[in-house]
Design a protein around this ligand. Structure first.
Ligand SMILES: [Zn+2]
Length: 418
Protein backbone atom coordinates (compact mmCIF):
# COMPACT_ATOMS: atom_id res chain seq x y z
CA UNK A 1 0.00 0.00 0.00
CA UNK A 2 1.31 3.44 -0.84
CA UNK A 3 1.83 6.07 1.82
CA UNK A 4 -0.84 8.49 0.74
CA UNK A 5 -3.86 6.26 1.10
CA UNK A 6 -6.57 6.89 3.65
CA UNK A 7 -7.43 5.48 7.03
CA UNK A 8 -9.24 2.56 5.48
CA UNK A 9 -6.37 1.35 3.37
CA UNK A 10 -4.08 1.15 6.36
CA UNK A 11 -6.57 -1.12 8.03
CA UNK A 12 -7.35 -3.23 4.97
CA UNK A 13 -5.21 -6.37 4.67
CA UNK A 14 -3.08 -5.24 7.58
CA UNK A 15 -1.65 -8.40 9.15
CA UNK A 16 0.20 -6.40 11.79
CA UNK A 17 -2.85 -6.37 14.05
CA UNK A 18 -2.39 -9.77 15.69
CA UNK A 19 -4.67 -11.02 18.45
CA UNK A 20 -7.23 -8.56 19.84
CA UNK A 21 -9.00 -9.33 23.10
CA UNK A 22 -12.35 -7.56 23.43
CA UNK A 23 -13.19 -9.08 26.80
CA UNK A 24 -15.99 -11.57 27.66
CA UNK A 25 -14.19 -14.27 25.65
CA UNK A 26 -14.39 -12.45 22.32
CA UNK A 27 -11.21 -12.33 20.25
CA UNK A 28 -10.22 -11.35 16.74
CA UNK A 29 -6.95 -12.50 15.22
CA UNK A 30 -6.13 -9.80 12.70
CA UNK A 31 -4.21 -11.37 9.84
CA UNK A 32 -4.52 -10.76 6.07
CA UNK A 33 -8.12 -11.80 6.76
CA UNK A 34 -9.50 -11.79 10.29
CA UNK A 35 -10.30 -14.88 12.34
CA UNK A 36 -12.89 -14.41 15.12
CA UNK A 37 -12.91 -16.59 18.22
CA UNK A 38 -15.61 -16.77 20.88
CA UNK A 39 -14.95 -18.60 24.14
CA UNK A 40 -18.38 -19.94 25.12
CA UNK A 41 -17.33 -21.48 28.45
CA UNK A 42 -17.76 -25.07 27.21
CA UNK A 43 -15.79 -24.61 24.04
CA UNK A 44 -14.65 -22.18 21.40
CA UNK A 45 -16.35 -21.10 18.18
CA UNK A 46 -14.05 -19.99 15.36
CA UNK A 47 -15.60 -17.81 12.69
CA UNK A 48 -13.57 -17.62 9.46
CA UNK A 49 -10.43 -19.70 9.11
CA UNK A 50 -7.93 -17.61 7.16
CA UNK A 51 -5.51 -18.51 4.38
CA UNK A 52 -3.94 -21.99 4.04
CA UNK A 53 -0.77 -20.57 5.62
CA UNK A 54 -2.63 -19.09 8.62
CA UNK A 55 -3.55 -22.38 10.32
CA UNK A 56 -0.56 -22.71 12.65
CA UNK A 57 -0.90 -19.06 13.72
CA UNK A 58 -4.60 -19.51 14.51
CA UNK A 59 -3.79 -22.49 16.76
CA UNK A 60 -0.88 -20.72 18.43
CA UNK A 61 -2.85 -17.56 19.21
CA UNK A 62 -5.93 -19.48 20.34
CA UNK A 63 -3.92 -21.71 22.65
CA UNK A 64 -2.33 -18.65 24.26
CA UNK A 65 -5.79 -17.65 25.54
CA UNK A 66 -7.78 -20.88 25.90
CA UNK A 67 -7.36 -24.63 26.39
CA UNK A 68 -10.98 -25.36 25.59
CA UNK A 69 -11.89 -27.55 22.63
CA UNK A 70 -12.87 -25.83 19.40
CA UNK A 71 -16.42 -27.02 18.90
CA UNK A 72 -17.36 -25.20 15.72
CA UNK A 73 -15.47 -23.72 12.79
CA UNK A 74 -17.76 -21.50 10.74
CA UNK A 75 -16.75 -20.46 7.25
CA UNK A 76 -17.90 -16.85 6.68
CA UNK A 77 -17.60 -17.63 2.99
CA UNK A 78 -15.52 -19.86 0.74
CA UNK A 79 -12.87 -17.41 -0.45
CA UNK A 80 -9.19 -18.37 -0.28
CA UNK A 81 -8.54 -16.15 2.72
CA UNK A 82 -11.50 -17.26 4.85
CA UNK A 83 -11.86 -21.05 4.83
CA UNK A 84 -8.43 -22.64 4.56
CA UNK A 85 -6.56 -22.54 7.87
CA UNK A 86 -8.80 -25.37 9.10
CA UNK A 87 -6.35 -28.26 8.88
CA UNK A 88 -4.10 -27.06 11.72
CA UNK A 89 -7.14 -26.54 13.98
CA UNK A 90 -8.33 -30.11 13.30
CA UNK A 91 -4.85 -31.47 13.97
CA UNK A 92 -4.64 -29.53 17.21
CA UNK A 93 -7.97 -31.03 18.31
CA UNK A 94 -6.75 -34.55 17.50
CA UNK A 95 -3.47 -34.04 19.38
CA UNK A 96 -5.30 -32.78 22.45
CA UNK A 97 -7.84 -35.60 22.38
CA UNK A 98 -10.65 -33.09 21.85
CA UNK A 99 -13.70 -34.02 19.78
CA UNK A 100 -13.28 -33.05 16.12
CA UNK A 101 -14.65 -29.50 15.59
CA UNK A 102 -17.82 -29.37 13.48
CA UNK A 103 -17.35 -27.25 10.36
CA UNK A 104 -20.42 -25.24 9.40
CA UNK A 105 -21.05 -23.26 6.19
CA UNK A 106 -23.77 -22.10 3.86
CA UNK A 107 -25.10 -24.74 1.47
CA UNK A 108 -23.54 -22.97 -1.55
CA UNK A 109 -20.02 -23.28 -0.16
CA UNK A 110 -19.38 -26.89 -1.22
CA UNK A 111 -20.43 -25.96 -4.76
CA UNK A 112 -17.87 -23.14 -4.68
CA UNK A 113 -15.16 -25.56 -3.53
CA UNK A 114 -16.13 -27.95 -6.35
CA UNK A 115 -15.85 -25.12 -8.87
CA UNK A 116 -12.49 -23.95 -7.50
CA UNK A 117 -11.03 -27.43 -7.80
CA UNK A 118 -12.40 -27.87 -11.31
CA UNK A 119 -10.78 -24.57 -12.36
CA UNK A 120 -7.60 -24.39 -10.28
CA UNK A 121 -5.25 -23.16 -13.06
CA UNK A 122 -7.74 -20.44 -13.95
CA UNK A 123 -8.08 -19.26 -10.35
CA UNK A 124 -4.31 -19.39 -9.91
CA UNK A 125 -3.96 -17.11 -12.91
CA UNK A 126 -6.57 -14.50 -11.99
CA UNK A 127 -5.60 -14.36 -8.30
CA UNK A 128 -1.94 -13.97 -9.25
CA UNK A 129 -2.88 -10.83 -11.20
CA UNK A 130 -5.38 -9.51 -8.63
CA UNK A 131 -2.95 -9.71 -5.70
CA UNK A 132 0.34 -9.35 -7.67
CA UNK A 133 1.56 -12.70 -6.35
CA UNK A 134 5.01 -13.55 -7.77
CA UNK A 135 5.46 -16.65 -9.94
CA UNK A 136 6.57 -19.72 -7.99
CA UNK A 137 4.33 -18.99 -4.99
CA UNK A 138 0.94 -20.73 -4.95
CA UNK A 139 -1.75 -18.15 -5.71
CA UNK A 140 -4.73 -20.31 -4.73
CA UNK A 141 -5.59 -23.02 -2.17
CA UNK A 142 -4.92 -26.63 -3.13
CA UNK A 143 -6.26 -28.39 -0.03
CA UNK A 144 -10.02 -28.28 0.59
CA UNK A 145 -11.74 -29.21 3.85
CA UNK A 146 -15.48 -29.28 3.23
CA UNK A 147 -18.08 -28.38 5.87
CA UNK A 148 -19.71 -31.13 7.94
CA UNK A 149 -23.00 -29.24 8.15
CA UNK A 150 -24.58 -26.71 5.83
CA UNK A 151 -27.68 -24.55 6.07
CA UNK A 152 -29.72 -22.30 3.79
CA UNK A 153 -31.30 -19.23 5.44
CA UNK A 154 -30.46 -19.24 9.14
CA UNK A 155 -29.01 -21.61 11.70
CA UNK A 156 -28.79 -21.30 15.48
CA UNK A 157 -26.19 -23.08 17.58
CA UNK A 158 -25.99 -23.18 21.34
CA UNK A 159 -22.74 -23.66 23.24
CA UNK A 160 -22.62 -23.18 27.02
CA UNK A 161 -24.67 -20.08 27.73
CA UNK A 162 -23.96 -18.58 24.35
CA UNK A 163 -26.21 -18.42 21.30
CA UNK A 164 -24.60 -18.41 17.88
CA UNK A 165 -26.95 -17.14 15.19
CA UNK A 166 -25.77 -17.67 11.65
CA UNK A 167 -27.45 -15.77 8.84
CA UNK A 168 -26.95 -16.10 5.13
CA UNK A 169 -27.08 -13.25 2.64
CA UNK A 170 -25.59 -12.91 -0.80
CA UNK A 171 -22.95 -10.20 -0.98
CA UNK A 172 -19.34 -10.69 -1.99
CA UNK A 173 -20.30 -14.32 -2.56
CA UNK A 174 -23.43 -16.43 -2.84
CA UNK A 175 -22.32 -18.47 0.19
CA UNK A 176 -21.79 -15.58 2.58
CA UNK A 177 -22.65 -15.93 6.28
CA UNK A 178 -22.54 -13.50 9.14
CA UNK A 179 -22.70 -14.39 12.82
CA UNK A 180 -24.59 -12.70 15.65
CA UNK A 181 -23.78 -13.46 19.28
CA UNK A 182 -26.63 -11.78 21.19
CA UNK A 183 -25.26 -12.39 24.70
CA UNK A 184 -22.08 -10.55 23.73
CA UNK A 185 -23.61 -7.98 21.35
CA UNK A 186 -21.05 -8.95 18.72
CA UNK A 187 -21.55 -9.29 14.97
CA UNK A 188 -18.87 -11.12 12.96
CA UNK A 189 -19.57 -10.13 9.39
CA UNK A 190 -16.75 -11.61 7.28
CA UNK A 191 -16.41 -9.63 4.03
CA UNK A 192 -19.67 -7.74 4.39
CA UNK A 193 -17.22 -5.25 5.90
CA UNK A 194 -13.72 -4.71 4.49
CA UNK A 195 -12.88 -1.00 5.05
CA UNK A 196 -13.28 -0.25 1.35
CA UNK A 197 -15.95 0.44 -1.18
CA UNK A 198 -17.49 -3.06 -1.22
CA UNK A 199 -15.80 -5.37 -3.66
CA UNK A 200 -18.92 -5.91 -5.70
CA UNK A 201 -17.99 -6.22 -9.36
CA UNK A 202 -14.46 -7.53 -9.00
CA UNK A 203 -13.24 -7.49 -12.64
CA UNK A 204 -12.16 -11.16 -12.50
CA UNK A 205 -14.85 -12.80 -10.48
CA UNK A 206 -18.34 -14.25 -10.76
CA UNK A 207 -21.48 -12.26 -9.97
CA UNK A 208 -21.70 -10.40 -6.66
CA UNK A 209 -24.78 -8.79 -5.12
CA UNK A 210 -24.87 -5.09 -4.23
CA UNK A 211 -28.48 -4.77 -3.09
CA UNK A 212 -28.45 -7.89 -0.93
CA UNK A 213 -25.13 -6.72 0.53
CA UNK A 214 -26.84 -3.46 1.53
CA UNK A 215 -29.75 -5.37 3.08
CA UNK A 216 -27.38 -7.55 5.11
CA UNK A 217 -25.60 -4.47 6.51
CA UNK A 218 -28.99 -2.96 7.41
CA UNK A 219 -29.90 -6.17 9.26
CA UNK A 220 -26.61 -6.06 11.15
CA UNK A 221 -27.25 -2.41 12.12
CA UNK A 222 -30.80 -3.21 13.25
CA UNK A 223 -29.44 -5.60 15.91
CA UNK A 224 -27.46 -2.69 17.40
CA UNK A 225 -24.18 -4.55 17.95
CA UNK A 226 -21.74 -2.97 20.33
CA UNK A 227 -18.90 -4.52 18.35
CA UNK A 228 -18.52 -5.48 14.70
CA UNK A 229 -15.66 -7.74 13.68
CA UNK A 230 -15.01 -7.43 9.94
CA UNK A 231 -13.42 -9.76 7.40
CA UNK A 232 -10.44 -7.44 7.01
CA UNK A 233 -9.00 -4.60 9.03
CA UNK A 234 -9.81 -3.20 12.43
CA UNK A 235 -12.93 -3.89 14.49
CA UNK A 236 -15.58 -1.21 14.90
CA UNK A 237 -16.72 -0.63 18.48
CA UNK A 238 -19.74 1.30 19.74
CA UNK A 239 -23.38 0.88 18.80
CA UNK A 240 -23.63 4.28 17.12
CA UNK A 241 -20.35 3.77 15.24
CA UNK A 242 -21.35 0.34 13.94
CA UNK A 243 -24.74 1.64 12.89
CA UNK A 244 -23.28 4.63 11.06
CA UNK A 245 -20.68 2.48 9.32
CA UNK A 246 -23.17 -0.16 8.16
CA UNK A 247 -25.86 2.29 7.10
CA UNK A 248 -23.46 4.55 5.18
CA UNK A 249 -22.19 1.66 3.07
CA UNK A 250 -25.71 0.28 2.64
CA UNK A 251 -26.94 3.67 1.48
CA UNK A 252 -24.12 3.97 -1.05
CA UNK A 253 -24.83 0.53 -2.51
CA UNK A 254 -28.55 1.28 -2.72
CA UNK A 255 -27.79 4.60 -4.41
CA UNK A 256 -25.75 2.90 -7.14
CA UNK A 257 -28.37 0.18 -7.51
CA UNK A 258 -31.16 2.72 -7.92
CA UNK A 259 -29.24 4.68 -10.53
CA UNK A 260 -28.53 1.60 -12.64
CA UNK A 261 -32.13 0.42 -12.43
CA UNK A 262 -33.46 3.86 -13.31
CA UNK A 263 -31.14 4.30 -16.29
CA UNK A 264 -31.91 0.81 -17.59
CA UNK A 265 -35.61 1.65 -17.30
CA UNK A 266 -34.96 4.83 -19.29
CA UNK A 267 -33.64 2.70 -22.14
CA UNK A 268 -29.98 3.54 -21.65
CA UNK A 269 -27.14 1.08 -22.33
CA UNK A 270 -24.04 0.01 -20.43
CA UNK A 271 -21.48 2.41 -21.91
CA UNK A 272 -23.73 5.40 -21.29
CA UNK A 273 -24.53 4.25 -17.75
CA UNK A 274 -20.86 3.62 -16.92
CA UNK A 275 -19.97 7.11 -18.07
CA UNK A 276 -22.82 8.90 -16.31
CA UNK A 277 -23.51 7.32 -12.91
CA UNK A 278 -22.90 9.58 -9.91
CA UNK A 279 -20.79 8.96 -6.83
CA UNK A 280 -21.56 11.89 -4.51
CA UNK A 281 -18.91 13.62 -2.39
CA UNK A 282 -20.56 12.26 0.75
CA UNK A 283 -19.51 8.76 -0.32
CA UNK A 284 -16.25 9.72 -2.04
CA UNK A 285 -15.04 11.33 1.20
CA UNK A 286 -16.24 8.55 3.54
CA UNK A 287 -13.51 6.48 5.23
CA UNK A 288 -15.90 3.52 4.97
CA UNK A 289 -16.07 3.70 1.18
CA UNK A 290 -12.54 4.50 0.05
CA UNK A 291 -12.05 2.93 -3.41
CA UNK A 292 -8.89 1.20 -2.24
CA UNK A 293 -9.96 -2.34 -3.09
CA UNK A 294 -13.42 -2.32 -4.56
CA UNK A 295 -14.46 0.65 -6.69
CA UNK A 296 -17.86 2.26 -7.43
CA UNK A 297 -17.25 1.75 -11.17
CA UNK A 298 -16.86 -1.97 -10.52
CA UNK A 299 -20.10 -1.96 -8.50
CA UNK A 300 -21.96 -0.49 -11.47
CA UNK A 301 -20.43 -3.14 -13.74
CA UNK A 302 -21.73 -5.84 -11.40
CA UNK A 303 -25.21 -4.31 -11.29
CA UNK A 304 -25.31 -4.15 -15.09
CA UNK A 305 -24.26 -7.78 -15.30
CA UNK A 306 -26.86 -8.77 -12.72
CA UNK A 307 -29.77 -6.96 -14.35
CA UNK A 308 -28.86 -7.17 -18.02
CA UNK A 309 -27.17 -9.44 -20.57
CA UNK A 310 -24.04 -8.40 -22.43
CA UNK A 311 -25.55 -6.71 -25.49
CA UNK A 312 -24.45 -3.06 -25.52
CA UNK A 313 -27.21 -1.56 -27.64
CA UNK A 314 -25.29 -1.23 -30.91
CA UNK A 315 -26.06 -3.97 -33.46
CA UNK A 316 -22.69 -3.28 -35.17
CA UNK A 317 -21.08 -4.86 -32.16
CA UNK A 318 -23.27 -7.94 -31.86
CA UNK A 319 -20.84 -10.00 -33.96
CA UNK A 320 -17.94 -7.52 -34.22
CA UNK A 321 -14.86 -7.78 -36.40
CA UNK A 322 -11.66 -8.53 -34.50
CA UNK A 323 -9.80 -5.64 -32.91
CA UNK A 324 -6.88 -6.29 -35.26
CA UNK A 325 -9.04 -5.90 -38.38
CA UNK A 326 -10.53 -2.63 -37.15
CA UNK A 327 -7.07 -1.34 -36.18
CA UNK A 328 -5.72 -2.14 -39.64
CA UNK A 329 -8.38 0.08 -41.22
CA UNK A 330 -7.72 2.87 -38.75
CA UNK A 331 -3.95 2.77 -39.32
CA UNK A 332 -4.38 2.83 -43.08
CA UNK A 333 -6.76 5.81 -42.89
CA UNK A 334 -4.48 7.65 -40.48
CA UNK A 335 -1.54 7.26 -42.83
CA UNK A 336 0.31 4.52 -40.98
CA UNK A 337 1.44 3.42 -37.54
CA UNK A 338 3.91 6.29 -37.14
CA UNK A 339 1.11 8.83 -37.44
CA UNK A 340 -0.96 7.01 -34.85
CA UNK A 341 2.04 6.79 -32.51
CA UNK A 342 2.64 10.50 -32.96
CA UNK A 343 -0.92 11.27 -31.88
CA UNK A 344 -0.68 8.79 -29.00
CA UNK A 345 2.44 10.56 -27.72
CA UNK A 346 0.70 13.92 -28.05
CA UNK A 347 -2.30 12.67 -26.07
CA UNK A 348 0.02 11.14 -23.47
CA UNK A 349 1.83 14.48 -23.15
CA UNK A 350 -1.50 16.24 -22.67
CA UNK A 351 -2.37 13.85 -19.85
CA UNK A 352 -5.08 12.08 -21.86
CA UNK A 353 -3.73 8.70 -20.87
CA UNK A 354 -6.77 6.57 -21.61
CA UNK A 355 -7.15 7.87 -25.17
CA UNK A 356 -3.41 7.48 -25.74
CA UNK A 357 -3.72 3.84 -24.68
CA UNK A 358 -6.53 3.20 -27.14
CA UNK A 359 -4.39 4.59 -29.99
CA UNK A 360 -1.32 2.58 -28.96
CA UNK A 361 -3.51 -0.51 -28.93
CA UNK A 362 -4.43 0.13 -32.58
CA UNK A 363 -0.72 -0.18 -33.41
CA UNK A 364 -0.21 -3.25 -31.23
CA UNK A 365 -3.33 -5.02 -32.43
CA UNK A 366 -2.30 -4.91 -36.09
CA UNK A 367 0.96 -6.67 -35.26
CA UNK A 368 2.78 -4.29 -37.60
CA UNK A 369 4.57 -0.98 -37.10
CA UNK A 370 7.02 0.06 -34.39
CA UNK A 371 6.11 -2.62 -31.88
CA UNK A 372 8.85 -2.03 -29.33
CA UNK A 373 8.15 1.71 -29.27
CA UNK A 374 4.42 1.08 -28.89
CA UNK A 375 5.06 -1.41 -26.06
CA UNK A 376 7.33 1.05 -24.27
CA UNK A 377 4.76 3.83 -24.51
CA UNK A 378 1.97 1.53 -23.32
CA UNK A 379 4.10 0.35 -20.41
CA UNK A 380 4.84 3.90 -19.27
CA UNK A 381 1.17 4.87 -19.61
CA UNK A 382 0.10 1.88 -17.49
CA UNK A 383 2.76 2.73 -14.89
CA UNK A 384 1.34 6.25 -14.73
CA UNK A 385 -2.18 4.91 -14.22
CA UNK A 386 -0.95 2.51 -11.52
CA UNK A 387 0.83 5.32 -9.66
CA UNK A 388 -2.38 7.33 -9.48
CA UNK A 389 -4.75 4.42 -8.82
CA UNK A 390 -6.08 3.84 -5.29
CA UNK A 391 -7.86 0.54 -5.92
CA UNK A 392 -5.51 -2.35 -5.23
CA UNK A 393 -7.28 -4.49 -7.83
CA UNK A 394 -7.13 -1.86 -10.58
CA UNK A 395 -3.52 -1.01 -9.71
CA UNK A 396 -2.47 -4.65 -9.89
CA UNK A 397 -4.20 -5.05 -13.25
CA UNK A 398 -2.20 -2.07 -14.62
CA UNK A 399 1.04 -3.41 -13.14
CA UNK A 400 0.24 -6.89 -14.46
CA UNK A 401 0.09 -5.27 -17.92
CA UNK A 402 3.50 -3.67 -17.32
CA UNK A 403 4.99 -7.06 -16.38
CA UNK A 404 3.39 -8.71 -19.40
CA UNK A 405 4.95 -6.09 -21.69
CA UNK A 406 8.36 -6.50 -20.03
CA UNK A 407 8.14 -10.24 -20.70
CA UNK A 408 7.27 -9.70 -24.35
CA UNK A 409 10.08 -7.17 -24.80
CA UNK A 410 12.55 -9.64 -23.28
CA UNK A 411 11.42 -12.27 -25.77
CA UNK A 412 11.59 -9.85 -28.69
CA UNK A 413 15.04 -8.69 -27.50
CA UNK A 414 16.19 -12.30 -27.21
CA UNK A 415 14.98 -13.14 -30.70
CA UNK A 416 16.75 -10.11 -32.17
CA UNK A 417 20.05 -11.16 -30.61
CA UNK A 418 19.96 -14.72 -31.96
ZN1 LIG B 1 -11.71 -11.58 2.35
Amino acid sequence: MSEDTSLGSQALFSDAGGMKDFGSGVYMLQLFANVCMVDCGEGVVIFDAGLPTDGWRIVKELRAVSDLPVRYIIYGHGHADHAFGTKAVLEDAAERGHPRPVIVAHENLPKRFDRYQRMLPYHERINRIQFAIPEGIPAFPWDYIYPDETFSGEMTLRLGDITIELRHARGETDDHVWMWVPERGVACVSDFWVWSCPNVGNPFKVQRYALEWAQALEEVAALKPGLMLPGHGAAIAGTAEVEEACLTVARALRYLDEQVVEMLNQGRWQEDILHSFEWPDEFAASPYLAPIYGHPYFVVQALLRQYHGWYGGNPSRLFPASGGEVAEQVLELAGGAEKVMERARKLAGDGRTQLALHLVDFVLETGTGPRREALELKSSLLEGLAAREKSLIARNIFLGGVRQIAKEMEQVGGEEET
